[in-house]
Design a protein around this ligand. Structure first.
Ligand code: UGA
Length: 439
């Protein structure tokens, strides 16, 4: 079987590589020549654990190819996945120009039956626009080439993308033709072992499923953040409350960790997008509007705790930050709460020294020289007036208290992810402030 995947972002690359691993002949296409020539040399543009080795292996086996030539990639391809970016346009809505440009290119060049699948997260109704774009170009050529469209949203988590792809909770496919269903079922067959289900449905339902899933997850997080803030007021410990409610199987114990707000390229964008879609039908999604507000406020909570601890005297103080990316195991800084927190403290006149195991290059694009960067976690603690733990990388979990005490001027820890034991911190001579726990 031969397929083409357009867009070598993290969705396209992970999808292409995982299909190639099952023996499918995959061509990944991108207009960025530098990216493609790097990928041919084994240089991967994103950090995703395990991906580089897997790409190299499949390239060596001759199953994974990279090209800038979309037309060439269509040769004998049974399926083409569109996995290009949909950046927010000026008004915040997804810019579909790249998706539709690919669709038109397919229409201009296709001479055999193919299934055109949207994999990028796109607004409801996009698959129909893709169909119209392909059809328009085929008709303009005065020929008749049969094709089908489908929507196959992805549910990968950055940092765990390969495992998520290989062992999916479910695969969702929206289609309106038996032919497309047959081809897609065959393609995904290797991933359906051990009862991983593939759910076929109509196209709008598949498109909406993606937004509903991310919005539900964002809702869980904002709910817990709201409860955490209440815990502080009433003297409860959100860790206990989390365990107490999470052991009810109807609620579940996953994704109910309070923190400094959700970030990343998906939740913030998708919650906004579904609110916008609903507004166009004059149906305001009141719950999700609240989810968004809570999240915006939550990103400011740590900076507020710092200011409060120092009675608003943070000017000239130096704070150390452990972790910058929006979550561990990624260098992604998009919508990272660290950005808001650090900016607020800088604006209040503080100095910031930060360390992140992977994301410092990305962080430099955001902060330039507004902050200092350390070589390792302890480097940034020298003369520090407080440590802010903002991303729960494993290497921060068991810190050396003696070294910390020697280096820090003010022994206080603001734990944005609740990874430390409050009593252990206090016993070791640190003031400690977490999220949703009386301090
Ligand atoms: C998310 C979804 O989890 C994926 O299923 C989806 O495919 C993806 O978006 C997407 O649409 O492409 P991702 O953005 O990579 O994946 O990251 P998550 O692991 O979901 O974390 C998102 C944010 O929520 C992070 O800032 C994280 O720190 C925060 N979070 C997560 C919490 O604050 N508490 C939790 O309990 C869980």
């Amino acid at each position: 079987m031969k397929i083409s995947i357009v867009g070598t972002g993290y969705v396209g690359l992970v999808t292409g590589t995982c299909f190639a691993d099952t023996g499918v002949n995959v061509t990944c296409v991108d207009i960025d020549e530098k990216k493609i020539s790097n990928l041919k040399k084994g240089i991967v543009p994103i950090y995703e654990p395990g991906l580089e080795t897997m790409i190299k292996n499949n390239v060596d086996k001759g199953r994974l190819h990279f090209t800038t030539n979309l037309k060439e990639s269509l040769d004998q391809a049974e399926v083409i996945f569109i996995a290009v970016g949909t950046p927010p346009g000026e008004d915040g809505s997804a810019d579909l120009s790249h998706v539709l440009a690919v669709a038109r290119e397919v229409g201009k060049n296709i001479n055999h039956s193919i299934v055109v699948v949207t994999k990028s997260t796109v607004p409801i109704g996009t698959a129909e626009k893709v169909r119209a774009a392909v059809k328009g170009e085929i008709e303009a050529r005065g020929v008749d080439v049969p094709f089908n469209v489908a929507s196959n949203p992805e549910f990968l988590k950055e940092g765990n993308a390969i495992d998520d792809f290989l062992k999916p909770d479910r695969i969702v496919v929206g289609t309106d033709s038996e032919e497309a269903e047959k081809v897609i079922r065959r393609l995904y067959k290797p991933f359906l072992l051990n009862n991983h289900p593939i759910l076929f449905m109509d196209i709008p339902s598949a498109e909406l499923t993606k937004y509903a899933a991310n919005s539900m997850l964002a809702t869980k997080i904002s709910f817990m953040n709201d409860i955490a803030n209440l815990c502080e007021l009433v003297g409860a410990d959100v860790n206990m409350v989390r365990k107490g409610i999470g052991s009810d199987s109807r609620i579940g114990n996953k994704f109910i960790y309070p923190g400094i707000g959700y970030g990343g390229s998906c939740f913030p964008k998708d919650v906004k997008a579904i609110i916008r879609t609903a507004n166009t039908y004059n149906y305001p999604l009141r719950l999700l509007q609240a989810v968004e507000h809570i999240n915006e406020d939550q990103k400011r909570i740590i900076a507020a705790k710092v200011k409060n601890y120092f009675q608003n005297e943070v000017k000239g103080k130096t704070f150390s930050v452990w972790g910058l990316s929006f979550k561990p195991h990624t260098d992604d800084m998009r919508e990272a709460p660290a950005i808001i927190i650090i900016r607020e403290l800088l604006e209040a006149g503080a100095k910031i020294k930060a360390y992140d195991p992977i994301a410092m290059d990305e962080a430099k694009k955001e902060f330039n020289n507004d902050i200092e960067y350390g070589q390792d976690p302890y480097d940034v603690l020298i003369d520090s007036d407080g440590l802010l733990l903002l991303t729960e990388w494993p290497e921060f979990r068991i810190p050396n208290y003696n070294v910390m005490k020697k280096l820090m001027t003010t022994k206080v820890v603001f734990d944005g992810r609740n990874i430390y034991d409050m009593h252990e911190m206090n016993e070791n001579g640190f003031d400690y402030m977490g999220i949703g726990r009386a301090s």
